[in-house]
Structures are given as structure tokens and as C-alpha cells.
Design a protein around this ligand. Structure first.
Ligand code: ZN
Length: 251
């Protein structure tokens, strides 16, 4: 489908930003970004990446839309219930910006398939909802020296940090041993989440990916952002690499 109007006209307002401009825009449009998880965090991340003109996006998510997702996963509507999130997400953002090269993978990421599902990319955005998969993603990102934008949400709280492999702590340095709460049956217990909190943190994640791809500003690296939505406070903790980290110490 042809884009209505001049293709670059869409970006007029951001091209006027002195710290952004045509050079950064072209880098963003040439970049390949992988978004793992197309739910609560993935929704604002994908909308803002698509709106800003991220050129090539790969979406990975094996889940189908459930009615209990709709309090926060703003990519989806009632008509999407029962459909694969990755596919519907790709269709929604494709409608927003038809210039983007989109690829969706309706599979759950595992240690076994990650090499095949993320062979090469410029930035990975962690929009997952569990630590076991995050550790798999972290190991892959570090081994390939791919920047990884991490975020997580619980109730009214959110956290965010960007990992630049070899230069900053990785997720293993920060959260080694973190276990996802499970039922006796082994099934994961879904964490309580308020949609607007996911919107705050997901928007920050999108901005991180946009800055890395456009090569402007400073990544939110070596710092962990802690957001408390109840008080409205943003706090940051300086974080350091674990010299004995089994994932990144050798770098
Ligand atoms: Zn590490």
C-alpha cells in the first residue's frame, strides 16, 4: 500500500527537533529492532516505534489474546480475543505505518529456538513478563553484543535499564537467582498490573530503543530506574557489573 502524502511528511514534527533531525531519522529507518513480547509493555513500545518510523521490526510472542489482557494491552480489542498477539500486533502497527518492514513470529521464545528467532538485530526490547525467559534473552543479547532494553512491571511499580553488553551490568548481574512465582502445578502466577503503569514504562522503553537506533542521547545504562506509580516518584539506583557474572564477566 502506498503511503498517503510525502513519506517523510509524517515525521515533520520530530525532524524539527535539533537533537534528532534527518540523520537520526535515517538511522532509525535503517535499524532492525526486535520486540520480544507484544503484550502490556509491547503495546506502547510497538506503537511508538512504528509511529516514529523504526524501519524494520520483528515481533515475537507465542500467546493468544485473552480478555484479561485488555486492561493494559492496548494493541488489542475484544475482536482480537483468541487470535495470536504477534500477528494482530503486526497488523495494527502496519495500519499505523505501512512503510515499516514487519515480521511477526507467533512462537514462545526458548533457549532452543532463540538462535533461529533472533539471528541478527540492532536492538532488542524486553517486553516479557517472566524472568526465566528474560535470562535466556539476556544471555543471547550479551553473546551477540546486542543492546537490550529491559523493563518490568508489578502492580503500581515499574523498572527499566538498558544493557550495553561488555560496558554495563547485564540482567544476570542484576537479578541472578530471581525466580518467577509459580503454582504447585508449575504454572506461572500472573502478576497484578495496572495498565497506565505499563504505559509509562513502555513509553520509556520505546524512547530508549529510538535513541539507540538513532544514535542520539545517552542510554539509560548502569542505572536502574524504579518507578512508584502510587507516589509518582522516579528513583534511580546506580548498578555495577558482577565481576563473576557467568554471562558477561568474560567480556
Ligand atoms: Zn552480567
Amino acid at each position: 500500500m502506498d503511503t498517503p502524502g510525502n513519506a517523510q511528511e509524517r515525521y515533520t514534527r520530530q525532524l524539527k527537533i535539533p537533537q534528532w533531525g534527518e540523520a537520526a531519522q535515517q538511522k532509525l529507518q535503517a535499524a532492525h529492532i526486535t520486540v520480544v513480547g507484544t503484550g502490556g509493555l509491547g503495546s506502547p513500545v510497538l506503537y511508538y516505534l512504528a509511529a516514529a518510523g523504526a524501519g524494520k521490526l520483528r515481533l515475537i510472542d507465542g500467546d493468544k489474546v485473552d480478555i484479561s489482557n485488555l486492561n493494559r494491552q492496548i494493541l488489542f480489542a475484544e475482536e482480537d480475543i483468541g487470535k495470536y498477539k504477534a500477528q494482530r500486533a503486526a497488523e495494527k502497527i502496519g495500519a499505523l505505518n505501512s512503510d515499516i518492514e514487519l515480521e511477526f513470529i507467533a512462537e514462545t521464545l526458548t533457549a532452543e529456538n532463540i538462535e533461529a528467532l533472533i539471528p541478527a538485530t540492532d536492538v532488542i526490547v524486553d517486553c516479557l513478563d517472566n524472568f526465566s525467559t528474560r535470562f535466556v534473552l539476556n544471555k543471547h543479547a550479551v553473546s551477540r553484543a546486542i543492546p537490550l532494553v529491559h523493563a518490568g512491571i508489578h502492580s503500581f511499580s515499574g523498572q527499566l535499564t538498558t544493557i550495553l553488553p561488555g560496558r554495563t551490568p547485564c540482567l544476570e548481574c542484576l537479578f541472578a537467582g530471581m525466580k518467577d512465582p509459580t503454582l504447585e502445578s508449575g504454572a506461572r502466577i500472573p502478576s497484578p498490573v495496572l495498565g497506565a503503569v505499563v504505559g509509562v514504562i513502555g513509553s520509556l522503553q520505546a524512547l530508549e530503543a529510538i535513541k539507540i537506533a538513532g544514535q542520539v542521547g545517552n542510554a539509560y545504562a548502569q542505572r536502574l530506574l524504579i518507578y512508584d506509580g502510587l507516589s509518582g516518584n522516579f528513583n534511580e539506583i546506580e548498578v555495577v557489573r558482577d565481576v563473576n557474572c557467568p554471562v558477561c564477566a568474560a567480556l
